[in-house]
Structures are given as C-alpha cells and as structure tokens.
Write a protein that binds this ligand. Structure first.
Ligand code: AMP
Ligand code: MG
Length: 406
C-alpha cells in the first residue's frame, strides 16, 4: 500500500471523498413512489407527509387503574356506581358523591375530573374511601395529547422504524406512500472466486464480497439481485454488466476495477454505454473506486479487497441508495479522540475502522485491529469509520478526528 501511495505522485486525477460524494449525489434522480401496506413498510422511506385523521388518544382516557371521581379533598367515601373498562365505557356519568372504577386506557366517565390510582383507595361493600386529595385533570390523558387531528405526524423522507409505523397506524393509515426500493445488481468478478461452500483448489477463494454487499444493499433499504461470479474475461465481463444494467437501477461490481492486466470492469462499463463520472479517490482503503451513469442508472466499480469494498459502499453506494429513496443520504459527522497514534498517508485520506468508547470528555476511537484492506475481521467490531487526513508523520494520541457511525 505504501509503494502504491508513493507511485501516485503523478496522479493528479485523485479526487477527495467529499468531491466524489458530491458527484454521486449530483446524479441522483429519486425513484418513483408506490403505496405500501403498513405491515410491510418497515425500513421504507416515506414519500409523503402523514397527517392524523383523528385525535390520538381519540377520547379522554385514564392513565391509571383506579377510580374516576370529581376532583376534591382526601378522606371522602364515595359510592361505586359503575365500571369503565378499556374498550367498554361506563353507561352513566357521576356526581361528587360517586366513583366509577376505571382501567388504564378506559374512557373517563361523564362528570369525572380526576382519577385516583387504586393504591390510594380502600374499597369495602360498594364504597371506596379516597386517601389522597386530587386536582382536576389528575391521571387523565386528554384527547389528542399525543397526536392532534389534522396535524402532521410523520415527515416525508423519514425512514419508517417500528415507532413511526405505530404512529401511522394510530393516525388511521393502512398504507403509506413510499419511494420504490432501488434494485441493485451485485456482480463479483475474478477467476479465483468460488461459490459459497465450494471446495477450494490452489489459488481459489470463496466469493464473500457478494454476500457482504448484498447484505449492505438490503440494510440500505434496497433489493439485491445476485448472480454467479464473472470470470476475468472482457467478453464475459461486458455481457454481465449489460445484463445487470437492464435488470437494475444500480449496478455494483467488485474486483477487476484497477489497472492489472486482468481487470476488465472499466472497459465493461464503457461497452455497456455507462459514462465515467470518476475513477480513483484519495482514499485508503478504496482508491480504485469507479463511478458512472447511464441515464438515471448508476454504476459503481468497487475494489475487490473486502474491506475496500465495504468502506466504498458506506462512503458512496449507501448514500446513493438512500438518496434514490428520498432519505437523507449522509449521516452527520461526529468527532472522537484517537486512542493510539496513526501513521499518516502522504496523499490519501484514511478511513479506519474503530470501536468507540465514551469518556467524560467525549468519544475515544480505538482501532479494531490490523487495518489491511483484505482483513474483513477489522469491520466486525467497528462502530464507526474514523477519517485521518493525508499528510506527513503521525496523528497523535488524543487528536480529534471526524467519525461516521456505521
Ligand atoms: P481485484 O480488485 O480484482 O484486484 O481484487 C483484489 C483482491 O480482492 C484480491 O485478493 C481478490 O482475490 C480479492 N477479491 C476480489 N473479489 C472478491 C470477492 N468477491 N470476495 C472476496 N475477495 C475478493
Ligand atoms: Mg480481480
């Protein structure tokens, strides 16, 4: 890796991570929308603002199990005249000499202005003795104190988590309008690649990147389309890229994107009519990343080294997939102090895998272990990527660096 960095002295074509991201996001045309049943909308991105049809809760309800009363002093003895259960309200109202037994979530009966929790009462022979004084409104949830009828409760662009789905259901929705999920073709290239579980002959490895990238695609809300590995052959590579482009909104290729004699991916992209937007970023690991477009379709050539592929996915592919769905593409950067010194790379910004520890004065970033671009184990315990600017010498212990949570 060092030799490689030294050799790039003549490569003025390396662009920064920030510039590469701008170029990717500049090409995004959000996908069309569709109605999605609420029961299958987890993880989808809202393409509309959701407005509550009615108040939630829809009626004044009790916050406690106890007795509904007219608010008043302690020591009163009140006749129990009815019960209001969750789902079946009392059939009558009350006056200040009466009480109605209530359950949490039940309708507060007509005339009642407070609920006394059961722990503050004593009941005998149809009469309840109230041990505490109460004020109007006590233990009563008024109608609409969570969501108000006509109010906007979920915003366009939100990724629907479980609680957001609950809000949509409470707001009276059965379907929500969401961006379509991008279809992402994942293509692994390399003569050495063997299917999952295959017996390996000399020089062969398992095609782990396809599984990793398909997982990252799904975690980004998109649909992965996988296929068999593609041989290091120009005709096969071009044909596979063309087929992927016709089946998907985004094509993600790994391997074969550098300058070796058996790297055919860039020529394959060109043969499929995909226009180059950039090739090579001042990034370690991940320098050879390639990005291009074909109409509104996107194509990424990721390096084959497993960590490089994952880092490039997080930095460039994931933001693109989020933006295609109308979600905010890039998570905000935080900062953390380095737990150990890091040797700077003279020309490339480094994206190191770190775990985070929280101390009284902020986050501390510790390397996950050896950081080779082939050592996928370095991703395993990573909480974040830490960005170390290029330069000479070392970044010191305690130096503040940018991080992006994974
Ligand atoms: P390349 O980018 O094709 O030069 O590959 C760089 C390194 O990544 C080589 O050691 C490859 O064997 C490895 N590699 C390429 N593709 C994959 C893959 N799909 N799964 C695991 N490792 C891979
Ligand atoms: Mg290769």
């Amino acid at each position: 890796m060092r030799r490689c960095a030294v050799r790039i002295s003549g490569m003025t074509d390396l662009i920064s991570i920030a510039e590469a991201r701008l170029r990717v996001l500049g090409e995004i045309q959000p996908l069309p929308t569709e109605a999605v049943d609420i029961t299958s909308a987890l993880g989808r991105v809202l393409a509309e603002d959701v407005v509550a049809v009615g108040d939630v809760p829809p009626f004044a309800s009790s916050a406690m199990d106890g007795f509904a009363v007219v608010a008043g002093p302690a020591g009163r003895r009140l006749e129990i005249i009815d019960e209001s259960r969750a789902g079946s309200p009392a059939r009558r109202g009350l006056d200040d000499r009466q009480a109605i037994r209530v359950s949490t979530g039940a309708v507060v009966p007509q005339g009642a202005t407070a609920v006394i929790r059961v722990e503050d009462t004593k009941e005998a022979a149809g009469v309840v003795t109230i041990a505490t004084a109460s004020a109007p409104g006590q233990n009563i949830r008024s109608a609409g104190d969570d969501l108000v009828a006509g109010g906007q409760v979920l915003d366009l662009g939100l990724t629907l988590g479980p609680s957001a789905l609950g809000i949509a259901v409470s707001a009276g929705r059965t379907t929500v309008t969401c961006a379509q999920r991008p279809r992402v073709a994942v293509l692994a290239t390399g003569d050495e690649l063997m299917p999952v579980g295959a017996r390996l002959a000399a020089g062969q490895i398992h095609n782990s990147n396809a599984v990793v990238l398909a997982g990252l695609v799904e975690q980004s809300g998109a649909k992965a389309i996988t296929s068999d590995p593609v041989a290091d052959d120009q005709t096969a590579t071009s044909a596979a890229i063309k087929a992927a482009l016709s089946a998907a909104d985004v094509v993600v290729v790994t391997g074969g994107v550098s300058v070796g004699p058996h790297d055919h991916v860039k020529a394959g992209f060109a043969a499929a009519g995909i226009q180059e937007r950039f090739w090579r970023v001042a990034l370690r690991p991940g320098k050879p990343i390639w990005f291009g477009t074909h109409g509104s379709k996107l194509a990424f050539g990721l390096p084959g080294n497993p960590v490089s592929a994952v880092v490039c996915f997080h930095l460039f592919v994931r933001p693109a997939l989020l933006a295609l769905q109308g979600a905010s593409p890039i998570s905000p950067r935080l900062s953390a102090r380095l737990a150990s010194p890091v040797k700077l790379n003279p020309t490339r910004e480094q994206a190191l895998r770190v775990c985070l520890r929280w101390e009284s004065d902020g986050a501390v970033a510790e390397l996950t272990g050896p950081q080779g671009s082939h050592q996928l184990s370095s991703m395993l315990s990573a909480d974040a990527l830490a960005f170390i600017p290029s330069g000479e010498g070392e970044a010191d212990v305690g130096q503040l660096v940018d991080i992006e949570l994974l």
